[in-house]
Design a protein around this ligand. Structure first.
Ligand SMILES: NC(=O)c1ccc[n+]([C@@H]2O[C@H](COP(=O)([O-])OP(=O)(O)OC[C@H]3O[C@@H](n4cnc5c(N)ncnc54)[C@H](O)[C@@H]3O)[C@@H](O)[C@H]2O)c1
Length: 379
């Protein structure tokens, strides 16, 4: 049987837009799916950024600098949107009003008000599937931890740590870009950039912070601009959020300046019956410690085979990477669009607008905590 084809439009032809197009181009990597996306239209702000898509996307019928042209096309069913944060609310809302399903990028609005406006639009169009991109939970080891959480294997959880670490900003000569300026990235700074990735699984398992004490830092305060002149870099570089969740602490760490790290996403869960940790720094390595009262406390290490949420042509002897995680996340979006959440081929659905809203409430409270030096209540 031929797969159900979903015609996609892409708004935002930058780094993530190209990743997305590349994932579509290797859909054949996934096996046994009864659905497939087809990227037929792309919109980007600059004409020059469209050329890569013209050269590399065989089914492309429209390449435009006006996203309204893309949204006007009847044949486009769903949109992936990866644009600077100050544009999320207007473009996401226009996408929904045009009747398209939406996979939008985090943080899903530049601030709490923008996020609320997006959620209001979602409520007006309940027939549309709206999800927030976040792919790290699809790494096989992270996915396995999520499976153990669903199965309730941790016993009573007494500590959670999640984090996401980058380091290229340690270089003061790294030029400024929109992600380093509050007007385009948002006052949240690094939290808005990296936070949803680490909060996706905690929110999925209802670890909702009751309060937060935040320590935010700005390390590099100006960077070279387009002409070489120094330009203010006014976003938070690093954030440490100490949260109280139910009766256990959850530490949420997002850092642009964590020396030596390149895209290190990690999760550590400690429970009375099982503890487990995973970091993309060691991409195959899952560590876990099962425990029975009085028994030994021995960490086990498992070199995770290539066992993904959706089956692929890769053999289990190979290892999994960033672009594989994106492909899996996109499969989850298409799976939910075609089959509905209850009938998905596997249980991990993409992050929801409501989960993005929880992240906005947390980041807004964190900004307040940083200002006052106090713990801020969320519930
Ligand atoms: N999922 C992830 O791992 C991940 C990684 C990086 C960034 N992101 C998110 O993806 C989004 C985009 O980030 P990026 O790194 O791709 O940025 P980028 O700067 O590389 O690309 C942004 C693109 O948006 C385009 N654009 C700007 N205004 C536009 C408009 N009005 N209409 C159409 N296109 C417009 C620009 O031309 C540019 O090509 C952000 O929300 C960011 O937080 C996600």
């Amino acid at each position: 049987m031929s797969p159900r084809v979903i015609n996609f439009g892409l708004i935002g032809g930058g780094m993530m837009g190209r990743e997305f197009a590349s994932a579509a181009a290797r859909w054949c990597h996934l096996s046994g799916l009864d659905f497939a996306p087809r990227l037929t239209a792309v919109c980007s702000a600059h004409e020059s950024s469209l050329n890569w898509f013209r050269q590399n996307v065989p089914d492309l019928q429209l390449a435009t600098t006006d996203y309204r042209q893309l949204l006007a096309r009847q044949d486009i069913e769903a949109v992936y949107c990866a644009v600077p944060h100050q544009l999320h609310a207007s473009i996401y809302i226009d996408t929904l009003q045009a009747g398209k399903h939406l996979l939008g990028e985090k943080p899903f609005g530049i601030d709490l008000a923008a996020n609320q406006a997006i959620l209001q639009a979602c409520a007006q169009f309940p027939q549309l599937l709206v999800r927030c991109a976040s792919q790290f939970a699809f790494y096989p080891a992270a996915y396995r931890i999520a499976q153990w959480l669903r199965e309730g294997r941790f016993g009573r959880i007494f500590s959670v740590e999640v984090g996401f670490l980058h380091s290229s900003d340690l270089n003061p000569q790294k030029p400024i870009n929109w992600k380093r300026q509050s007007a385009t990235c948002g006052e949240y700074g690094v939290m808005g950039d990296l936070g949803m990735h680490v909060l996706y699984l905690p929110f999925r398992f209802a670890w909702q912070p009751a309060n937060v004490r935040a320590l935010l830092s700005k390390v590099i305060t100006e960077r070279p601009g387009p002409g070489g002149q120094m330009t203010p870099c006014d976003t938070w570089d690093n954030a440490v959020l100490a949260c109280a969740v139910n009766d256990f602490p959850m530490l949420v760490v997002t850092r642009r300046i964590a020396p030596g790290h390149s895209n290190t996403w990690y999760l550590r869960v400690e429970g009375t019956a099982l503890s487990a940790e995973y970091s993309t720094q060691h991409t195959k390595l899952l560590r876990y410690l099962p425990y029975t009262p009085g028994g030994p406390q021995e960490w086990h290490t498992l070199e995770m085979p290539y066992q993904s949420a959706y089956a692929t042509i890769s053999g289990g002897i190979f290892e999994f990477g960033f672009s594989d995680a994106l492909l899996q996340m996109w499969a989850a979006f298409c799976d939910e669009l075609v089959h509905g959440r209850e009938a998905m081929l596997q249980p991990l659905y993409c992050a929801t607008p409501e989960e993005s809203h929880l992240s906005h409430r947390l980041f807004t409270a964190a900004l307040q905590s940083q200002k006052t030096g106090e713990t801020v209540n969320l519930l």
